[in-house]
Design a protein around this ligand. Structure first.
Ligand code: ZN
Length: 156
């Protein structure tokens, strides 16, 4: 790995640590030339299945979208980023168990509900009440954003 500071090719690994139950590695490296230190992360890249939306359109799985809908539902609740990340890791594991090729947005929404129910009752109710109406995570996020905009403009 090339040094990001002086671009020398000789860098040495000074420390290695396994993260996420061994699925990723964090390495501290030291440049042999300028002696500066930097960190690299190595993780397994898993190909997620394609998401089939309610209207039949297909789109690549986007972790970001799942993250946003959980974060929205958990807004102002005592839930840490680590807890949310763990939920996403579990959802992705379950999704891969359903299929490695295609999964519906509805199935992802159901998994989200199951995990939110265990995580936080308020976040669960927030998610479930809107999800049951829209049956689509994407619309849920959109709707919440819209609600916020309406709220913000009415309080201005
Ligand atoms: Zn260097």
């Amino acid at each position: 790995m090339r040094c990001p500071f002086c671009e020398a090719n000789e860098t040495k690994v000074v420390d290695s640590r396994l993260l996420k139950e061994g699925l990723s590695v964090r390495r501290r490296r030291k440049c042999e030339n300028c002696e500066r230190r930097f960190t690299t992360y190595e993780s397994i890249e898993i190909q997620m299945p394609v998401v089939v939306k309610l209207d039949g359109r297909r789109e690549p799985y986007q972790k970001d979208k799942v993250l946003k809908s959980i974060a929205k539902a958990c807004g102002k609740r005592p839930i840490s980023t680590e807890q949310i990340e763990r939920v996403i890791d579990n959802i992705e594991k379950n999704v891969l168990e359903i299929s490695t090729k295609e999964v519906s947005s509805k199935q992802i929404g159901h998994l989200l509900m199951l995990y939110l129910r265990n995580l936080d009752p308020v976040a669960y109710i927030r998610f479930a009440s809107v999800y049951r109406t829209f049956q689509d995570v994407e619309e849920f996020v959109h709707d919440l954003q819209h609600e916020e905009e309406t709220f913000n403009s009415s309080t201005r």
